[in-house]
Design a protein. Structure first.
Length: 691
């Protein structure tokens, strides 16, 4: 694209739930954004964006964008609204919330997640509002909390390798992630490492695009990752492929882990995981025999019953081999714990009535279907922002019934009439990332990234922070924190005297666009883990104090042939639902060009599974279990292993054939720790369906 005189380039940040958190350059001409590109100087973005965000102007200027407040005039779910003025909408919302709060503010529930990852437009002003109101607290667990629990009890926090140092690795295990789809810039780094001689190994039930480009693929059964990690530990210990000095100096609980690993010889692991015993032995020898060796841990392996234990087991491996000694060695699931954030100053939990003692109840967002249908006291109002729960929450039939309650007052802050917005009493038009200020930490690299507004808000759209300020004013909340500007909210999010950012100002970050934390390349070469012991805790005293198993173990899935044989007799296929390449959760589904690239909801089957059901490639099929059903286009391929089906998400229900998407069949069951969802712990049957 040619740059013309008068064009302005504004520095921004990608707001979406992705580890890459790209630094953006937004080109503006005559007040209109005409291009969104990656910042070529940002060391991880390097000028490259995914296909989704590179088309961000399509989303911002989409003809279906909600640009005025709307009030429902049809039945819940019909999507029928009329325009209404901001003052009228805000007055009505505040009056309804005040009436409910007068009876019990816990009957009001916020529902949000990472539609934007920014501190300001995410949970800054919003959390202050709901804390001051005394609303029910939302347990925000729908993505990462199982993995975060695993990291907390092993590493002490969500910390790990610098993603940029994977380029120095000689072996990279890509475990539970399709990086080409969900971590593009790590994949670029891994490719450079491969050009330098590194071996890449994918550990994934599905032969994903990433697995196809790796040197080796280990296709284990869903939910068996902890068994594989313990089997690797078994071989490392049995063949004495250990860094005894590192274990002695910088770990806690090795003897207990050794006893647990002894229960997982390669032959047993092979039976549990559905792989060859040689795979287990080869992985252990490769990890121990390569220096540096690194593991990129994805979020897929934590979305089954034993997700936190699986993360604990995998994160124990680099300590056994001493891989943390090298900048290019160790493991990475999340970097978010490296950031010196001050969540109390940002979200102000001290505003809650009863702080710090008797606090409002907690509602788990994964269980929103059950909560809306049966919480006691009942939920009478839901305010949704940065999320689309009718599409993304599990057990869709219950979620839809809950949001369809005529007595439920629902407010949705949104860009479009999503499945959830269709059920709202009021829809309030929110700004996109190009129209507001924000500050972002990341979970895939070590950079703070600032987002400067590139254009004025379209129509009557307002930033989330402005909407919650206005509601606070109408509710009579006169606490000084509700008068803070967006810049003041962002400044409150960080401990500026922390050595990782000391000497830097918010203004400097905004001007430059990004800032790398001052964290050593090899942060745990000499131990120094942020655990109570300062060591990598292979056995956790804190778990033992809670009466829980202190040592990671394999916990079978809730739903599998081994753990639920009667259920598996009726629903013999294990279903996983990884992200579609052209969507991000349910975001971008309504962007025509991206939806056209996906074509239709798909479900991939192994040829033997397809033949047994009389299904041919391209057939429309019905995927179902006791919870519900959805329609998809069959893809028959040996990339899917026998007994495992792969359906890509997350389509909006109303844009999917039959009006249902993959979460019609997923469960509200939770993980072992972290109270997280088990999206990949799901048995189904598949049959041909009429066109």
């Amino acid at each position: 694209m040619d740059i013309k005189a008068g064009d302005i380039v504004v520095k921004g940040a990608c707001p979406h739930d992705c580890p890459d958190t790209c630094a953006l350059h937004v080109t503006v001409r005559d007040g209109r954004a005409i291009r969104v590109a990656g910042d070529p100087d940002h060391p991880t973005t390097r000028g490259v964006l995914c296909t989704k965000v590179s088309r961000y102007t399509e989303r911002t200027y989409h003809p279906d964008r909600v640009l005025t407040p709307l009030r429902r005039i049809g039945p819940k779910g019909s999507g029928r609204f009329e325009p209404v003025g901001w003052d009228e909408a805000l007055d009505a919302i505040a009056a309804r919330l005040q009436a409910i709060a007068a009876r019990d503010p816990q009957r009001i529930l916020p529902y949000s997640y990472c539609g934007t990852m920014g501190w300001v437009q995410g949970e800054g002003m919003a959390s202050r509002f709901f804390h001051r109101l005394g609303a029910s607290r939302l347990d925000r667990t729908i993505c990462a909390s199982a993995g975060m629990a695993g990291l907390e009890y092993t590493m002490g926090a969500a910390v790990g390798m610098d993603v940029e140092r994977f380029v120095d690795s000689g072996l990279i295990l890509i475990w539970g992630t399709n990086a080409i789809t969900s971590n593009l810039h790590f994949w670029s780094i891994a490719q450079e490492a491969k050009r330098r001689g590194a071996r890449l190994v994918a550990i994934d039930p599905y032969r994903s695009d990433t697995a196809m480009k790796c040197d080796r693929h280990v296709a284990l059964l869903p939910g068996t990752d902890a068994a594989l990690a313990l089997g690797i530990a078994n071989v490392l210990i049995g063949e004495d492929l250990l860094d005894h000095d590192y274990i002695a100096r910088h770990t806690l609980g090795f003897d207990a882990l050794r006893a647990r690993a002894a229960e997982y010889p390669p032959e047993r692991v092979a039976r549990i995981c559905g792989i060859a015993a040689d795979d287990v032995t080869w992985l252990a020898r490769a990890l121990a025999g390569t220096r540096p060796a690194a593991i990129r841990v994805g979020y897929g392996l934590q979305r089954t019953r034993g997700g936190a234990n699986a993360v604990r087991a995998v994160m124990s491996l680099p300590a056994l081999t001493g891989a943390w000694r090298d900048a290019g060695g160790g493991a990475l699931l999340s970097t978010s714990g490296h950031f010196p954030q001050d969540l109390a100053a940002l979200t102000r939990p001290d505003l809650m009535p009863g702080w710090p003692g008797a606090l409002p109840r907690v509602v788990n967002m994964v269980e929103i279907g059950d909560a809306l249908l049966g919480a006691d006291p009942p939920i009478e109002a839901v305010v949704v922002y940065n999320s689309n729960p009718v599409a993304v929450a599990p057990d869709s039939e219950k979620v839809i019934r809950g949001f369809a309650r005529e007595d439920l007052f629902t407010v949705v802050l949104e860009h479009f009439l999503t499945d959830t917005a269709d059920h709202a009493d009021y829809v309030l038009p929110a700004t996109t990332q190009l129209e507001h200020f924000d500050l972002h930490k990341t979970y895939g690299h070590r950079y703070l990234v600032a987002n400067n507004p590139a254009i004025a808000p379209l129509g009557q759209a307002r930033a989330n922070s402005d909407i919650f300020r206005a509601l606070a004013q109408r509710m009579g909340f006169d606490d000084p924190c509700f008068a803070e500007t967006d810049e003041q909210v962002a400044a409150a999010a960080l401990r500026w005297d922390d050595p990782r950012i000391a000497g830097v100002t918010l203004g400097q970050i905004r001007e430059h666009g990004w800032l790398k934390l001052k964290v050593p390349d090899a942060p745990f070469a000499q131990g120094g883990f942020p655990t109570p012991s300062g060591k990598c805790e292979l056995a956790s005293p804190r778990l033992a104090q809670q009466g829980l198993d202190p040592v990671p173990d394999f916990l079978p899935p809730h739903e599998s042939a081994a753990s639920a044989p009667e259920l598996a007799a009726r629903y013999p296929l294990a279903l996983i639902s990884p992200p579609a390449r052209n969507f991000l959760n349910s975001t971008f589904v309504n962007v025509d060009s991206l939806r056209a690239s996906e074509k239709a909801p798909g479900c991939e089957l192994h040829p033997e599974d397809a033949a047994a059901r009389g299904i041919a490639d391209g057939d429309q099929v019905r995927v179902f279990n006791d919870r519900g059903a959805f329609l998809a286009r069959a893809r028959v391929s040996e990339r899917a292993r026998r007994g495992v089906a792969v359906a890509w998400g997350v389509w909006w229900h109303k844009l999917a054939p039959g009006g249902r998407s993959v979460n019609a069949v997923t469960s509200q069951a939770l993980t072992d720790m972290g109270r997280a969802p088990t999206f990949y712990d799901c048995l189904v049957e598949i049959a041909g369906a009429q066109e």
